[in-house]
Structures are given as C-alpha cells and as structure tokens.
Design a binder for this molecule. Structure first.
Ligand code: NDP
Ligand code: 2IT
Length: 444
C-alpha cells in the first residue's frame, strides 16, 4: 500500500466519527501523492504524514454561563493547536451550534496549509464552541465570552497561540474575549487579532478576507485571459466575508447579485446594496427578509438556491459543504466559469471534481480566503512593534500577498504536471514549507 493510502486508512480508523476532518485530510493527501511518491521512503521513515495529520494538542472544556433568566447553561468549548512548525498557532474561533471536534479539527488542519501559503510565520490552530449567538442579548454574549476565555486563557498567548474571529465571532465577541484575557493575565498583549481599532486592532482586518478573496479572484481571471470588471457574481453568506467580498466586487467593476443566510437567499438583479446589507446584518443582526423589505428590486427566497442564478463567477462565503454536486451542475449549465472559495471547504469533493472536469477555474479556500489570517499576522506585527499602519499600507500588503499566493499555487501546479489544478497547487505549495520546517526541527 502506498504511504498516502496507509495514512488515509489510519486517519479513517482513528477518527471514525469525524467526517469533516476526514474530508479535509482526503483532499490534501490526494494532492500530495505526487510529492510524497518522489521521496516516499524518507517521508515514511520520518512519519511525516502521521505527524501532519495528528494535532499537536486538543483542548475540550466545559463553558458554564448564566442566561438572562438566571438559568445556568453549559456549552462545549474547543481549541485545537494543530501545527506550530512555522510559527505560533493561529486561527479563528467559531461559535455555532454545529461546532464539534471534527469541525474544529478540519478547520485547524486547513489552517496549517493556508497560513503557510501566506508566506508569514504563523502555525495552524482553530477553536470555538457549540454556543449559538442567535437571539442572545449583549449581556449573555459577554457572559459566554468571559467564561470561554477563563478556560482558554490557560492555553494561549501572543507568542504561543493567537485566536481571532470566524463564524459567530466578530468585533463584539473579540472585544469581550480580549477584556477577559487582560483581566485574568494582567497583561496587554496581542493575544487575539481582529481587535477594535482603539485597542490594538489593524486597519483593514475587518475587510481583509472578502477583499483578499476578490484580489485573488481578479488575478486568477487575469492570468486566464479574463477581466473581472463587468462580470456577474453570485455570493453566498451575508456575514463578514460575504459583505466585504460584495463591497470589493463592486469596487473592481463587477456586479454581485446574490447573498444568503441560514434561512434564505436574496437575488437582487440591480446588484446587492452594500450599505443596506451592512445595516441589516452588522447593525441590526436581522434576517435577510429585512433586506428584501428595504429594496424593491430584491427577491427573497426561503431555503437554499443561491447557486441556481445565472452568473459568471461564484464565491461561496457561508460555511462548509454548502455547494453540492447538483449546485455545481447548475453553475456549469448557467455558464459560470470561475469559483473561488471565501468560506472554508464550502464545496464538496464531488462538486469540486465536477467543476474542475468541466473547465471551471477553481480556487480552494485555503488560498482564496487567506487574506483574513494574513492581515491578522500583519496585526500581530503591528502589536509587536507597538505601531499602527495606515489602511492603505495594510491594503497594499494584502494585495501583494494575495497575488503572490495565486502565483505560488499556479507555479506548484505546473511544476508537478497539473497546470490549472489550483487545489493541488495550493496543497503542494502549503505543504512544502511546513514539511521542510518539520524536518529541520527533528522528531517533535
Ligand atoms: P459570519 O458569522 O460573519 O457569517 C456567516 C454567514 O454564513 C452568515 O450569513 C450565516 O447566516 C451564514 N451561515 C453560517 N452557517 C450557515 C449554515 N450552516 N447554513 C447556511 N448559512 C450559514 O462568518 P464569516 O463571514 O466570518 O465566515 C464565513 C466563512 O468564511 C466560514 O466558513 C469561515 O470559516 C470562513 N472564513 C472566515 C474568515 C474571517 O476572517 N472571518 C477568514 C477565512 C475564512 P446567519 O446570518 O443566518 O447566521
Ligand atoms: O479561517 C480563517 O482563516 C479565519 N477565520 C481567520 C483566522 C485568523 O486568525 O485571522
């Protein structure tokens, strides 16, 4: 049996009830076959793939808090420190009822390669809780964040492990988490990123994931003979990534016509109105029905369906496994020629294969959504030197990073005889730096 097959089997046996984690490992290891086969004996002797697919550490803990009725509630908290070969663990926190160890491990595993692709010195980690922020008061959110941080603070630090936001964790939550860390440790340090601008946050971090997604998409299109300007774009999600992807799409001359949330989706043939979206989602934390009520041109549909719209480019920016084989078929039939993932693993393995087989340019999230964590690393640099850079400076660095990421994965795909296969290119380019660092550091 080949070393890659051996490790895929080992991962299945050891993690039987972790489908998301297995999916992420399968996607990466399948792409790495060509690299591993060139030096299989050495990789096997060093057990490099066993170490790569086993987190350095996983914390699972109880998070008790009191709701507004005086009822004590208990959630499960997680932090997975996956790989620190190239820097301190870095990766977001997700608060969503679907969070479990499989979800956090898949996100942590993806983060290792993504962070490597940024070219910055950050290892991979992820955390969160099965807490549902929907419908909670500000006080309840604060109580939860304080309790969560009381335990998490034992494992993190500015040079050890630096969490940030993800689904359900935005500026408000990072503020409460940071306040509690500072209170417990009595130290003001860059232990979290995505902080507010008045207490160590970086300009452009809020926008970075969505903006970065569009910078990379523009470069991918350009290198394949297309112009992003004038294209119709379907976007899913209506949170941080989707909102700023929509904003940047307009700025680059494209027209984003959809967005979605966990209950339904919007088709707005005149294009999604960014200020209305921000007002509904960021300020009022309301449903997209409210967007439709304010925009006569918009049509609201209950449930799923965002990929049924005619578009040139699709940007899934909501959550994992939201773009299925049937959606991929619809996109191709409707003339979509490029997909770039804003979310982590939003496209199923079958849908990805279908898109690639039908000539659709496809960029995986670990490359196309890396602008968020890259700007987090820039926030860490600013915190370390106790300076704060201008919006233009951070944005210029972000653009450079995204363009470089695309060229690195394009190059890696070509070097290994798979031109245009950006999934393989991203996995190979991300892997090589981490593997080299792991080999240099001995058996740890
Ligand atoms: P937000 O919480 O800001 O927004 C998430 C959006 O996706 C919301 O519109 C939400 O709907 C929708 N959504 C979440 N879960 C589901 C679900 N199960 N089914 C349907 N819709 C769902 O999160 P972000 O925008 O930060 O994150 C979106 C994706 O991008 C995630 O995959 C995340 O891991 C990834 N990502 C985020 C980065 C960041 O910097 N924030 C960086 C890189 C990747 P509703 O409004 O109803 O809750
Ligand atoms: O998935 C991701 O890259 C994030 N949620 C951002 C992580 C970070 O540390 O900024």
């Amino acid at each position: 049996m080949s070393y890659v097959d051996e490790i895929l089997e080992r991962t299945r046996v050891q993690n039987p009830a972790q489908p998301e984690f297995l999916q992420a490992v399968q996607e990466v290891l399948e792409s790495l076959r060509v690299v591993i086969e060139r030096d299989e004996d050495a990789y096997r002797r060093d057990a490099l793939l066993e170490r790569l697919t086993t987190p350095e550490r996983c914390f699972i803990f109880r998070v008790p808090w009191v709701d507004d009725h005086g009822q004590v509630r208990v959630n499960n908290g997680y932090r997975v420190q996956f790989n620190s070969a190239i820097g301190p663990y870095k990766g977001g926190l997700r608060f969503h009822p679907s969070v479990n160890l499989s979800v956090i491990k898949f996100l942590g595993f993806e983060q290792v390669f993504k962070n490597s692709l940024t070219g910055l010195p950050i290892g991979g980690g992820k955390g969160g809780a099965d807490f549902d922020p929907k419908g909670k008061s500000d006080r309840e959110i604060m109580a939860f964040c304080q309790s969560y941080m009381t335990e998490l603070s034992k494992y993190i630090g500015a040079d050890t492990d630096v969490p940030a936001g993800d689904i359900g964790v935005g500026g408000r939550e990072i503020g409460y988490l940071f306040g509690q860390y500072k209170r417990l440790k009595d130290v003001f340090e860059g232990v979290l990123t995505g902080k507010g601008l008045t207490y160590g946050g970086s300009k452009a971090r809020t926008e970075a994931t969505g903006y970065g997604l569009l910078y990379l998409t523009q470069e991918m299109l350009k290198c394949n003979g297309y112009d992003l300007a004038g294209k119709t774009i379907a976007v899913s999600g209506a949170g941080n990534v989707a909102t700023y992807a929509i904003e940047k799409a307009w700025q680059l001359g494209a027209k984003p016509v959809t967005c979605s949330d966990s209950t339904g989706w919007i088709y707005d043939p005149e294009g999604i109105h960014v200020d209305t979206l921000k007002e509904v989602k960021e300020v009022r934390r309301a449903r997209l029905t409210e967007y439709a009520a304010r925009r006569p041109s918009a049509v609201y549909h209950e449930g799923k369906g965002v990929w049924s719209v005619k578009c040139d480019v699709a940007l899934p920016c909501a959550t994992q496994n939201e773009l299925h084989l049937e959606d991929a078929k619809l996109l191709v039939a409707n003339g979509c020629f490029a997909v770039a993932e804003g979310a982590n693993m939003p496209t199923t393995l079958e849908a990805t294969a279908y898109l690639q087989e039908h000539g659709v340019l496809f960029c995986p999230g670990k490359a196309s959504n890396a602008g968020g964590v890259a700007t987090s690393a820039l926030e860490m640099s600013q915190n370390s030197e106790r300076l704060s850079w201008s919006f233009e400076e951070v944005d210029a660095k972000l653009q450079d990073i995204m363009v470089n990421i695309f060229h690195n994965l394009d190059q890696a795909a070509k070097e290994y005889g798979m031109p245009g296969n950006y999934v393989a290119g991203a996995n190979i380019a991300g892997f090589k730096k981490v593997a080299t660092a792991m080999q240099a550091q001995g058996i740890v």
